[in-house]
Design a protein around this ligand. Structure first.
Ligand code: ADP
Ligand code: GN1
Ligand code: MG
Length: 353
């Protein structure tokens, strides 16, 4: 069936197709086709309106491509390229009820956890540039793909509902983890309560800045392309900074079981901050700057709470490949938050708040 769907797209491939699962995303079904194209089954349980989602991606990538060409870059390598079907559509519905899309494959390296300050510095500059390139994009054109995506208060409310329902009877075994989030409820409103004010403006943001959503030039540590544009929506710049620290300033994988390996690496945190500020310092408001370090705690707290919520709910949202996978992920996030809480004043010094 994948072969038939792929053939509807307007590519030069007409012989035998080799379609293999690809990448480590938690949301969509991703395949590499003949080493030249990425085909994805969009997760329509999560993205309920894939057509509008794809319209967002077409608008955003067209805007980015103009900027890339202006600076003499390569528009096929430095952002996603949506391949249309032979009859001009931007996605194709499969018989399985899934929505499929095709992108040009970007030859690159990708990382699930950081390996050097150089990598993370380049990552941060690339995200900073991404914001700059989208700063003149009219946010009102964007469809809100997942409403309240980073509304941490709503995420907290969902966590409480799921906990009350406890439909898999898992709460009893994870009392400590539950208590961790309950006792930090106050974090949840700190950004969302002032979002949209002059001090915490809405900007066009990526909203999913984990390390494997940025590709690096093969064999180098140079950032090449920011991908996974599914959640590009109006948001706070703190969402992108904080979420990037969650994975970019950690030497351990998001699902590491040996918690003694988990924590924030201050050298990586400094490198990311330096790269990010090199691009964005002038555009940050005083409040954004003051909350930059805290945003790393907030986004890690939010993500950990989402993992634990999904564990309690029976693992319906994030893809898992082993028993307790979401619980392992929640535990690494808890450990990261605890470590950052200890080091917050040091982090604030580094960001210059
Ligand atoms: P998910 O929402 O499931 O995370 P992504 O769009 O991030 O889906 O894709 C999953 C992975 O596939 C990425 O982390 C990346 O490694 C790879 N990938 C996606 N699109 C491309 C592309 N155009 N070129 C190269 N690799 C890609
Ligand atoms: C998901 O799509 P992916 O795997 O890059 C999730 C993010 C989480 C991340 C945690 C649409 O990112 O919000 O932070 O997992 N994406 C969506 O690893 O929910
Ligand atoms: Mg991804």
């Amino acid at each position: 069936m994948l072969q038939e769907i792929f053939k509807k797209f307007d590519t030069e491939l007409d012989g035998e197709l080799t379609i293999t699962p690809y990448g480590d995303g938690h949301i969509n079904d991703t395949y590499l086709v003949n080493g030249k194209y990425i085909m994805q089954g969009i997760n329509t349980t999560i993205f309920k309106n894939p057509q509008r989602l794809m319209e967002n991606i077409v608008m955003v990538t067209e805007h980015l491509k103009e900027k890339i060409v202006e600076k003499g870059g390569d528009p096929l390598a430095e952002t996603l390229t949506v391949v249309r079907t032979r009859d001009g559509k931007i996605m194709e519905m499969g018989e399985d009820g899934r929505a499929y899309r095709v992108y040009v494959f970007i030859v690159s390296d990708s990382y699930n956890s950081a390996d050097s300050a150089e990598l993370v510095y380049n990552e941060a500059r690339a995200f900073g540039q991404f914001h700059k390139q989208l700063s003149d994009f009219d946010a009102s054109r964007l469809f809100e793909v997942i409403p309240d995506f980073h509304n941490t208060k709503k995420r907290f409310a969902t966590f409480l509902d799921t906990l009350r329902a406890d439909k898999c009877g898992r709460a009893e075994g994870v009392r400590e983890e539950i208590e961790f989030f309950l006792s930090r409820e106050e974090y949840a409103g700190r950004v969302v309560d002032i979002l949209g004010t002059k001090e915490m403006p809405l900007r066009v943001t990526h909203n999913d800045t984990k390390l494997n959503n940025i590709l690096f030039k093969k064999g180098t540590k140079d950032a090449l392309s920011i991908i996974d544009l599914d959640t590009v929506m109006p948001g706070s710049i703190l969402y992108d900074f904080g979420d990037a620290i969650r994975t970019g300033a950690s030497l351990a994988a998001e699902d590491e079981r040996d918690l003694s390996k988990v924590g924030i690496n201050m050298e990586l945190f400094s490198a990311f901050t330096r790269g990010f500020l090199a691009e964005s310092a002038e555009s940050l408001t005083k409040t954004e700057r003051e909350m930059l370090a805290f945003s790393a705690i907030l986004l890690t707290f939010e993500c950990g709470m989402r993992f634990l919520t999904d564990y309690l709910d029976g693992d319906n949202y994030f893809k898992t490949s082993r028993e307790g996978h979401n619980l392992d992920r929640a535990r690494t996030q808890i450990r990261m938050v605890m470590d950052m809480e200890q080091r917050l004043s040091e982090m604030n010094k580094i960001v210059g708040a």
